[in-house]
Design a protein. Structure first.
Ligand code: GLA
Length: 384
């Protein structure tokens, strides 16, 4: 958590509203392996990180709520009890979506005033969307003393994203943001919602993100189409989700479905298996095996699930040629954003310059590096 970000948000709140707010930090997330499996009731291996959204908020006596975004340099006004809030293809849709869900729980809510600041890049696959969903739902839950638990908040955020923002995401991002634990990865079964933590890091290895700087907006990508295709395949086999299908069953009747949908379903089944294999590799400290699983995951996302792009493929292929890099893959929804890379710590300085130069020569722009630490989930910050 970046205490400078919190101080900036706190200072702006004080200048604008004067009183003492409640302070919340809501992290972004990485995902080591298990991509596009969450909405198929499969397995994922994410972690909350030390980059995220800081929010200062309090109850307001005005007739409307005021929310200030430091990053967008914008102020939005809304009536928190307005049942007809509409989505505008704007960052504030995440707030309106959550507010509409809270209206179902609290008949009349007091208005609020808030300042939000972020050090998470938007559209980079680090789930700035879940960070804002979680910040606002966690904040309102505290402010109105509703006593909702973390799982209820995660589900509420997902509903807001699915129904109001229009992205048919799974639960991974909201869950990770809320349940994250310092220096741990989470292995989450998205069907039973059973989860366990795995300690990270390993001595001598780091997870570094390389940002292609290609920005995507999942609502306008083929993300929802992928989900639709997977549901159709599951339905064709009489299953509730791809989680209930195995490779033998899929292969036996593959001629009954379109080749493209077969490939996508196959990717999902293989990726679920890779999460199990990766978990074993981490426990046995087999970094070469873990790295290879990440590379296989990328190739599946590129060739079978088809959610990568030239820039991400170029980064992965360049990165894995470097001797210190054990594994690399695109991360998150895809179509742009970051790669996640497993790297030997003593090789980090050399690899950054080499990759940056190669990327600049090929695409005429600079890629960025983020060194992330695994961190606690959304929490209240106590005033110092
Ligand atoms: C986005 C969604 C998640 C998940 C990933 C892909 O981040 O919000 O629910 O589907 O893409 O793994």
């Amino acid at each position: 958590m970046d205490s400078e970000l919190i101080n900036i948000v706190k200072a702006q709140y004080k200048r604008t509203f004067g009183d003492r707010p409640l302070l919340v930090f809501s992290p972004g997330r990485i995902n080591l392996i298990g991509e596009h499996t969450d909405y198929n009731n499969g397995f994922v291996m994410p972690a909350a990180i030390d980059k995220g959204i800081a929010m200062a908020l309090s109850v307001s006596k005005e007739s409307n709520s005021t929310i200030i975004s430091k990053n967008f340099k914008e102020t939005i006004e809304l009536d928190i009890n307005d049942k007809k809030l509409e989505s505008n293809n704007h960052w504030s849709d995440y707030i309106r979506g959550v507010v509409l869900e809270f209206q179902k729980l609290v008949p009349v809510m007091p208005q609020i005033k808030a300042v939000i600041g972020s050090d998470l890049p938007i559209g980079a696959g680090m789930s700035s969307s879940a960070a804002i969903l979680n910040a606002i739902s966690f904040g309102l839950n505290l402010l109105f003393d509703l006593g909702l638990d973390k799982l209820e908040l995660a589900r509420l955020g997902r509903k807001a994203e699915n129904k109001f923002v229009g992205v048919q995401s799974g639960l991974m991002d909201q869950f990770t943001g809320l349940f994250g634990k310092k220096e741990h990865l989470i292995i989450l079964d998205c069907q039973s919602l059973d989860y366990k933590f795995i300690k990270w890091p390993f001595n001598g290895y780091s997870l570094i993100l390389v940002d292609s700087m290609v920005r995507r907006d999942l609502k306008n990508s083929s993300f929802n189409q992928r989900k639709q295709n997977c549901s159709e395949v599951a339905g064709h086999f009489g299953k509730n989700s791809l989680r209930d299908l195995d490779m033998i069953q899929l292969d036996k009747r593959k001629n009954e479905i379109k080749e493209e949908k077969y490939r996508q379903a196959r990717y999902v089944l293989n990726e679920n298996q890779r999460v199990h294999d990766a978990s074993k590799a981490i426990i046995n400290a087999e970094m070469d095996t873990l790295g290879q699983l990440m590379i296989d995951s990328h190739h599946g996302l590129k060739n079978e699930y088809e959610v990568s792009c030239d820039q991400l493929d170029f980064l992965v292929e360049s990165l894995i040629k470097h001797k210190g890099v054990k594994g690399a893959r695109m991360m998150g929804g895809g179509f742009g954003g970051c790669t996640i890379n497993l790297i030997k710590e003593d090789e980090i300085p050399g690899f950054q310059i080499e990759i940056q130069n190669k990327y600049q020569r090929r695409f005429g722009k600079t890629c960025h590096f983020y060194d992330v630490n695994l961190s606690d989930g959304t929490h209240q910050i106590i005033h110092s």
